[in-house]
Design a binder for this molecule. Structure first.
Ligand SMILES: Cc1cc2nc3c(=O)[nH]c(=O)nc-3n(C[C@H](O)[C@H](O)[C@H](O)COP(=O)(O)OP(=O)(O)OC[C@H]3O[C@@H](n4cnc5c(N)ncnc54)[C@H](O)[C@@H]3O)c2cc1C
Length: 569
């Protein structure tokens, strides 16, 4: 833990404003120039032997099948985009293989790139995206939309069966700030902008978006919208879906533009149909989002609670009766003891008893200080003990480093993975208990007792999310080991009537649980939407909705006789 007596300004270190877009070296996370080492205390705590024992194969040893899209498709894509934006290069294909869940990383470390796309294309405009979708639909080639590639739910691993090939559409050439409406405080940005670059462009105009997921160094706007991402400042700025005012969607059948005005009573809000659609309906090429002035004043501080229950009650009081800080999170006893909120001290000696809450405020000076004073009174009334800015600033400046620890842990033979859910306040404690028990039992049964840590990082008037981090020794088959734990936690979440995901999304990993959650009729309705927008079922097949039966042809390209259709679609 850091020195709580130092002022926030003195303690300020690298944060979101100091980060730059990095090209990650899959399967490892983050800026290759700044890899993490396991803090010695953490290594001692885990008791690992050889720190590189499970490092896995290097990229040249990864097996990759020859690309097999029909030559006519490749020719048409080159014609539409230019040869330099259509590639079957081995490293590009591997760099676009799956996402960043621990199973995704383990598979690549095992040399398995069987989900690699056949081609990677980079369209440079909305019209080019529409053209790519038309070509792929005409030839029944599966399309994987790809922005930052940080999916942790299997959102980038489509089903291949019945398709003539897989093309990943990487939208990162769509990287312009289209415009800022300073009066309405909205900005229109192309969907391929990485979060880091979007904030950089907005700051030059005196604004921020304020969306800081822990994957901030990798993820981008198209992915944020497609997964309904939640950032660490969600208490103050909202989830990404709450920031979106308008969207531009390219589908195999043409374009949909949504968001004529901020609110409307004209029918259902179709923006909500596109937000969270995970590429199953088409490709988002542009978003219009709410922005706010760059905050002049920021304070982050720590609070200690005797236990998780009293800390959760304090967060609930703020969420229900206010005032709301900008950042509000609470680690349970285990996560607090391990020091996961401050990766630099992970596993260190400086253990804070009880549960650590991080509370941050951003805005104008006077407003921040008024809100901070009022919120501090609520926290104190709820039994919180103020720890000063030290823990808050340590969290703020170290918050994007935590994911860097996963690679050295996996190298050392430690299994580490996260999962999340959300429920009502009245059920939160019970949900935490059953999910922890399910994960623990599943891993105990394999002879690998885990540490299960938990925190609340997104709060609402009616409820909150729970985010679990699981650490244990790897077995000889860590993929099967985690699959058993994940199934147990999914079952526990379903049995507790909680949501299968708060912000990671559905992908393929949560698909069955999601379908059980919404029921057959709702699923049928969503599949009907997909059949209308994507009659050939080429958009991210298998993700979110599972197999969708093809309807009778409703547009010219689907009538082509050379389009192979899978039995049952
Ligand atoms: C270390 C780490 C930390 C994370 N922390 C958070 C967090 O704090 N909060 C959070 O919400 N999530 C988090 N995630 C999950 C992930 O970062 C989010 O889901 C993020 O929104 C994905 O953005 P992306 O640009 O990487 O999308 P991708 O991974 O590229 O895509 C995600 C899904 O959306 C689809 N898609 C991508 N682009 C488009 C598009 N333009 N149009 C239509 N569909 C598209 C893809 O096909 C895929 O199914 C984390 C992941 C990692 C690895």
């Amino acid at each position: 833990m850091t020195d709580p007596t130092t002022s926030p300004v003195e303690r300020a270190g690298p944060d979101e404003t100091a980060l730059r877009v990095v090209r990650m070296a899959r399967p490892r996370w983050g800026d290759p120039a700044t890899p993490a080492q396991l803090p010695p205390a953490a290594a001692a705590l885990i008791g690992t032997g050889d720190p590189g024992a499970r490092r896995g194969v290097n990229i040249d040893e990864i097996g990759l099948a020859d690309p097999h899209v029909p030559p006519a498709v490749r020719a048409a894509l080159i014609d539409a985009l230019g040869a330099e934006h259509v590639t079957a290069d081995r490293y590009e294909r591997i760099a676009h293989t799956r996402g960043y869940s621990t199973p995704d990383l383990l598979a690549l470390r095992n040399g398995d790139a069987s989900d690699a796309p056949d081609l990677v294309v980079r369209p440079g405009s909305h019209d080019e995206v529409v053209a790519v979708l038309g070509i792929c639909a005409a030839h029944r080639v599966a399309v994987v939309p790809f922005t930052g590639g940080t999916s942790v739910v299997g959102g980038l691993a489509p089903e291949r069966a019945g398709f003539a090939g897989v093309v990943t559409v990487d939208v990162t050439r769509l990287d312009a700030l289209v415009g800022v409406d300073e009066i309405s405080r909205t900005a229109t940005l192309q969907a391929g902008l990485r979060g880091v670059r979007a904030e950089e462009l907005l700051r030059e105009r005196g604004f921020i978006l304020g969306h800081f997921p822990q994957s901030y160094e990798g993820a981008g706007l198209g992915g944020y919208a497609a997964t309904r991402s939640a950032g660490q400042s969600s208490a103050g700025y909202g989830r990404f879906d709450e920031m979106v005012e308008g969207l531009l969607l390219a589908t195999p059948r043409g374009t949909i533009r949504l968001g004529t005005a901020p609110k409307s009573a004209a029918g259902p809000d179709l923006r909500q149909l596109v937000l969270g659609s995970e590429g199953a309906f088409g490709i988002i090429t542009e978003v219009t989002v709410r922005i706010r002035p760059v905050p002049a004043h920021r304070v982050f501080e720590g609070w200690r609670f005797a236990d998780f229950g009293s800390g959760a009650a304090a967060l609930r009081a703020l969420a229900q009766d206010g005032p709301m800080p900008t950042v509000l999170r609470l680690s349970d006893e285990v996560e607090t003891a391990i020091g996961l909120t401050d990766p630099a001290s992970a596993g260190g000696d400086e253990v804070t008893g009880g549960c650590l809450a991080i509370v941050g405020y951003e805005g104008h000076h006077q407003e921040v200080e008024a809100r901070r004073a009022a919120a501090s009174a609520v926290l104190e009334d709820a039994g919180g003990v103020a720890l000063g800015p030290g823990p808050g600033e340590a969290w703020r400046t170290g918050r994007f480093r935590a994911p860097y620890l996963r690679d050295p842990l996996l190298d050392a033979g430690v299994l580490v993975e996260t999962l999340e859910t959300v429920t009502y306040w009245s059920r939160l404690a019970a949900l935490k208990t059953v999910v922890t028990a399910a994960i623990t039992d599943a891993l105990n049964a394999q002879g690998t007792p885990p540490l299960v840590m938990c925190h609340i990082s997104h709060v609402y008037a009616a409820g909150a999310s729970l985010y679990f981090t699981v650490v244990c020794p790897q077995t000889d088959d860590p993929l099967a080991q985690w699959a058993a734990a994940k199934k147990a936690s999914n079952d526990a979440i379903r049995a507790a009537d909680a949501a299968i995901t708060h912000h990671h999304g559905v992908g393929r990993d949560h698909r069955d649980a999601y379908h059980a959650e919404i029921g057959d009729l709702a699923l049928e309705a969503l599949r009907a939407v997909k059949r209308t927008l994507d009659p050939d079922g080429v958009c991210n097949p298998g993700v979110l909705l599972g197999s969708t039966r093809c309807s009778p042809p409703v547009h010219p390209v689907s009538t082509r006789s050379d389009v192979a259709r899978p039995a049952g679609g």
